[in-house]
Design a binder for this molecule. Structure first.
Ligand SMILES: [Zn+2]
Length: 302
């Protein structure tokens, strides 16, 4: 059974305004709604994506969690946010004040798991949540926490779904896909299936690399939803390309060159994708302890 993340969008004009105010890097390549002279709904989607939804590099994101989170769930979620933070040059500060946070995370069970994408989050007024975890409970398996929290946090950073990549090459069996997602637990309408699964991003978006079958931004694709022998399992870890993409979008300041350290080779960014989460977090804790500055200071009681 696939619990699928719901793709959320906001009005193109508002999205473009918030994106442009955040950083000039989001300056649109085309005017929203008039992509290549075409004003269809598809073209408008292309235009909003082209606008870019990146956060200003180096900025702090204030993240608040709903009091509905059981503490064990909250700890697991925060741990994965810290992992995601380590991939980029942004600071995540967990705050207690819901209203002042740019990212407001709810734990409304049965309401699906979703997040707004990048600077679209700025268009959502408090008290509304900008992210929800609809199936994370104390008994949920750790791998499902990885798959869900890292995926939603990547949306928060501006990443779209990988199966909507213009060159995805997925041989969908469309009637089977409609039947599957229109049933429980997703209960989508036909339009939602079109929007969440079949709508692709424009090929003119240059920041995308090749389609990545290992991306955590890909839904699982069972063989019975495709023609021929094609399937994708549950990608519960970020892929090397996911991590490389984020590092490229949010580059860290270049450290001054020093002589190579003596001793065991430290983990590269790319090793993160291959390592199990437990060893990743251990590695991160070690890194935090070694850091001279309070980069990961939690804010408030959050
Ligand atoms: Zn998603």
């Amino acid at each position: 059974m696939i619990h699928a993340c719901i793709d959320l969008t906001v009005a193109p004009e508002e999205a473009a305004r918030a994106a442009r105010e955040e950083t000039p890097e989001n300056e649109p390549l085309v005017i929203p709604g008039t992509y290549m002279g075409n004003t269809s709904a598809d073209a408008q989607l292309s235009a909003t994506i082209l606008t870019g939804k990146k956060w200003k590099n180096g900025r702090t994101l204030k993240i608040a969690f709903s009091p509905a989170f059981p503490s064990v769930v909250l700890e697991k979620v925060k741990q994965r946010f810290r992992l995601v933070e380590s991939f980029v040059n942004l600071k995540f500060v967990f705050v207690a004040d819901w209203g002042s946070a740019e990212i407001r995370v709810a734990n409304d069970l049965g309401e699906g798991s979703w997040s707004y994408v990048g600077t679209d989050n700025l268009t959502i007024d408090a008290p509304k949540a900008t992210m929800n975890f609809g199936w994370l409970e104390p008994k949920t398996a750790d791998a499902e926490y990885d798959r869900t929290v890292i995926h939603e946090a990547f949306h928060m950073l501006g990443m779209p779904h990988e199966h909507q990549h213009p060159k995805n090459g997925i041989p969908w069996d469309k009637p089977a896909v409609y039947r599957y997602y229109q049933g429980p637990p997703n209960n989508w309408t036909k339009a939602q299936v079109d929007h969440n699964l079949f709508k692709k991003y424009s090929e003119t978006v240059t920041q995308f690399t090749e389609f990545d079958r290992e991306s955590i931004m890909l839904y699982p694709i069972p063989n019975e939803l495709t023609i021929g022998d094609y399937w994708v399992g549950r990608n519960t870890k970020p892929s090397q390309r996911d991590i490389a993409f984020l590092a490229e979008q949010y580059p860290k300041p270049v450290a001054p060159t020093k002589p190579a350290p003596i001793g065991p080779k430290s983990m590269s960014r790319f090793d993160f994708a291959r390592a199990p989460i437990a060893s990743l977090t251990q590695e991160l804790v070690l890194t935090f302890n070694k850091m001279p500055f309070g980069r990961f200071l939690p804010g408030g009681k959050g």
